[in-house]
Design a protein around this ligand. Structure first.
Ligand code: NAD
Length: 238
C-alpha cells in the first residue's frame, strides 16, 4: 500500500457491505430486502409523491430493524482508528444506519442521510426520530404534518458534498469498504482522490465494479479485513 509513514490524512468511504455482518441487508444481497422491493417504488421522490404510505411504511420497518442491530468488528476497528489517528480522518458513509456512531466513531459524515432523523419539508428542520412516520405525526418544531425520512433518495443530491470534496483534495489515503462502486457520486471518489495523488485501497467481499480504479483491492468479509488493516496502519505509525 505504499509508504505508510507518509500518510497523514485519510478518507474512508463505507457502504452497505460494512453493515452486512450486523444483519442489515445490502442493496444487492441475494434474497435480501431489495429483491422484494423495487428501488423506484420506495427510494425516489416520485415514489413518495405517488404512494407516501408505501414509502413511509418501508422506512418505518427499516428504522425499527436497525435499532435491533449491533455494530460489528469492522465498525469497532474504524472507531478505534478514529480515536487514535492524529491527522485528518473522515468516514464518509453511504449508510443510513447509525452503527459507526454506536461503535464510537465521531468523524462520520452521512452523505445519504440518516434513518434516525426526520426532515420536515415545511420548516426544513431535522429532528431525531426513532418511531414510525406512517401516521404522519406533527413536526416537533412547527407542528405541520410534513415529515419524511431524512434520507437521500435516488435523484436527490447527497449531503455535504463540499466537505467531502475538501477532504478528498487533502487526503493521502482513500479507503473504500463494502461498497459496490455502482452508486454515484460516491463511486467516483476513488478517481478524484487518486487523480490528486492519494493512495487508494479497496476492502470488499469480492471484486467490485470500482476495483480497477484502486491501487490495491483486498477481498474478504469486512469484520476480518478492516480490523487487520487498522492494525497494520496503526502499527506503521511507530
Ligand atoms: P451495495 O449493496 O450496492 O454493495 C454492497 C457491497 O458490499 C458489495 O460490493 C458487496 O460485495 C459488499 N459486501 C457484502 N457483504 C460484505 C461483507 N461482509 N464485507 C465486505 N463487503 C461486503 O451497497 P452500496 O455500495 O453501499 O450502495 C447502495 C446504496 O444503498 C447506498 O446508497 C446506501 O445508502 C444504501 N443502503 C444502505 C444500507 C445501510 O444503511 N446499512 C443498506 C442497504 C443499502
Amino acid at each position: 500500500m505504499g509508504d505508510m509513514r507518509r500518510i497523514r490524512n485519510i478518507v474512508i468511504l463505507t457502504g452497505a457491505g460494512i453493515s452486512a455482518e450486523s444483519g442489515i441487508d445490502t442493496f444487492r444481497s441475494e434474497g435480501g430486502l431489495w429483491e422484494r422491493y423495487r428501488v423506484e417504488d420506495v427510494a425516489t421522490p416520485e415514489a413518495f409523491a405517488r404512494d407516501p404510505g408505501l414509502v413511509l411504511g418501508f422506512y418505518d420497518m427499516r428504522r425499527a430493524a436497525i435499532q435491533e442491530k449491533l455494530p460489528n468488528d469492522a465498525h469497532m476497528a474504524l472507531a478505534r482508528l478514529d480515536a487514535a489517528w492524529k491527522g485528518d480522518l473522515l468516514i464518509v458513509t453511504q449508510n443510513i444506519d447509525d452503527l459507526h456512531e454506536r461503535a464510537g466513531a465521531s468523524r462520520v459524515l452521512h452523505m445519504h442521510g440518516e434513518h434516525l432523523k426526520a426532515w420536515c419539508t415545511a420548516c426544513d428542520r431535522r429532528s431525531p426520530w426513532r418511531g414510525p412516520l406512517i401516521e404522519r405525526p406533527p413536526c416537533p418544531a412547527c407542528g405541520m404534518r410534513s415529515l419524511r425520512p431524512d434520507v437521500v433518495w435516488f435523484g436527490e443530491v447527497p449531503y455535504r458534498m463540499d466537505a467531502i470534496h475538501a477532504a478528498l483534495r487533502t487526503c493521502d489515503l482513500f479507503v473504500s469498504i463494502g461498497t459496490s462502486g455502482a452508486v454515484y457520486p460516491a463511486a467516483s471518489y476513488v478517481r478524484n482522490a487518486r487523480d490528486l495523488g492519494a493512495q487508494t485501497l479497496e476492502l470488499n467481499l469480492e471484486p467490485s465494479k470500482g476495483s480497477p480504479w484502486f491501487h490495491e483491492s483486498r477481498h474478504g468479509p469486512a469484520t476480518e479485513m478492516v480490523p487487520a488493516w487498522v492494525d497494520e496502519l496503526l502499527s506503521g505509525l511507530g
